[in-house]
Design a protein around this ligand. Structure first.
Ligand code: HEM
Length: 415
């Protein structure tokens, strides 16, 4: 269903929400993002000499942008951000109950907004929502798209509407926050890097962004289910097996990148952007990549201009999220222009060698997909994950590394 569908169902679904993520959409959005970034920067600097880049800047920026695109007005974005974080926090096993509560809360929130759009159509005498009502009778945003789009000869049902809006909300939030903070942390960690970026922003901002995506991938891995038997790096994998494709590990693959465990600004930005897997790949590759890249490029320009003397004010802490690489939401706010202290980039939550997938509601929604395997011949290395049976009400899976040594079998950090 929705983003988790495959083939034409998936392509047509993604197309409904693509307009603001197209080159024209991104270009139109850029001045607004620049204005927002400038305002957040001014507010942050006005607070104190020692500021918290994560809480005061990197966190609010993407959620504001996603709220505009969704069509959420006013302070509702704060609720959304809170929910989005809680959803991610609980999505991978921490609390299934809380995940379902938060999921229900977000559904109810989107339901209100969707219902309001139907009421607007009715008030305007429209009996059936049509695509041309977006930007005319209704505001031009994703909530209106979800109401008006034609999809496979019908309208989206409520589950599809909710899921699309939730996917866009969650997808574009913590990831972009992490990219901003991971990137600044790497540049300030070694001041000569920051010097270098400042010396030639046109050349080094794009490299720095792509290198950060490669080196500190904000979303570390994603799942696929095999449709048919496949062999990956000498390991036979049967059909209907869940795979966790470890994009972060692929991004540190010595066979793919020279000196993979070093953050380097002498790489080629275009080459990196074509080859790293921070945005996944294949038909399910991230549709929000151009938006994030634009946001972070705007931010870096601003920082180069207005924070030339930025330094780290002390250590920070890395989020303990199962799949996300960035800074903790609950970090001590008393310090720094800083960001992440990434102790380890272990991306697989192991328990006695077993991967506990029983409390992983998100996994239920993952339709069969194998496109990264197809697209990259599983150059995206990962672990094989096999269902080993039920235990105490939880589905348990065995996790076996593929035969070739994997970059993430070593600790990636502390640097
Ligand atoms: C630095 C920022 C971002 C990173 C690192 C990131 C990363 C990813 C990754 C790894 C995937 C999975 C790809 C795959 O399975 O092959 C993904 C999917 C997705 N992302 Fe992003 N993302 C970012 C920003 C965004 C933004 C800004 C949006 C929304 C505008 C977004 C929306 C989505 C959606 C809807 C999907 C599901 C696509 C599908 O399955 O068809 N992401 N993203």
């Amino acid at each position: 269903m929705g983003f988790f569908a495959d083939g034409k169902d998936h392509t047509d679904f993604c197309a409904i929400f693509r307009r603001p993520l197209s080159p024209e959409g991104i270009a139109a959005l850029q001045p607004r993002v620049a204005e927002l970034a400038r305002r957040l920067l001014d507010d942050m600097i006005a607070k104190s000499l020692i500021v918290d880049l994560h809480d005061d800047f990197a966190l609010p920026l993407p959620v504001h942008v996603i709220s505009w695109l969704l069509g959420i007005q006013g302070d509702d974005f704060i609720t959304l951000k809170h929910w989005s974080d809680e959803l991610m926090d609980n999505a991978f096993g921490k609390s299934n109950e809380r995940f379902l509560e938060v999921y229900a809360g977000i559904c109810a929130f989107f339901d209100q907004h969707l219902d309001a759009r139907y009421a607007m159509l009715t008030a305007a005498g429209v009996e059936e929502a049509r695509p041309e009502h977006v930007g005319t009778v209704l505001p031009d945003d994703w909530i209106s798209d979800a109401v008006c789009a034609d999809y496979l000869g019908r309208k989206l049902n409520r589950d599809e509407q909710r899921m699309a809006l939730m996917g866009l909300l969650v997808g574009g939030n913590e990831t972009t926050t992490s990219l901003i903070t991971n990137l600044m942390w790497r540049l300030l960690e070694e001041p000569s890097r920051w010097e270098q970026v400042r010396s030639d922003p046109d050349q080094f901002i794009p490299v720095a962004i792509e290198e950060s995506l490669r080196f500190d991938s904000p979303a570390q891995a994603m799942f696929r289910t095999t449709l048919c038997p496949v062999e990956v790096a000498g390991v036979e994998i049967g059909p209907k097996q869940k795979l966790m494709l470890n994009f972060a590990a692929a991004n540190r693959d010595p066979a793919a990148f020279d000196d993979p465990d070093s953050f380097r600004l002498d790489r080629d930005a275009r080459d990196l952007s074509r080859r790293h897997l921070a945005f996944g790949g294949g038909p399910h590759g991230c549709p929000g990549a151009p938006l994030s890249r634009m946001e972070v490029a705007v931010v870096m320009r601003l920082f180069v201009e207005h924070l030339p003397a930025a330094t780290l004010a002390g250590p920070s802490e890395r989020s303990v999220g199962y799949n996300m690489r960035g800074r903790s939401q609950t970090a001590d706010q008393s310090r720094l222009l800083n960001v992440v202290a990434q102790e380890r980039a272990d991306v697989v939550a192991e328990q006695d060698g077993l991967l506990q997938c029983g409390k992983m509601p998100a996994a239920r929604h993952l339709g069969p997909r194998l496109d990264v395997v197809d697209a990259f011949g599983i150059g995206a290395r990962g672990h094989r994950i096999e269902f080993t049976g039920e235990q105490g009400g939880a589905r348990r899976y065995r996790e076996t590394p593929f035969k070739r040594p994997l970059p993430h079998d070593r600790a990636i950090g502390p640097e």
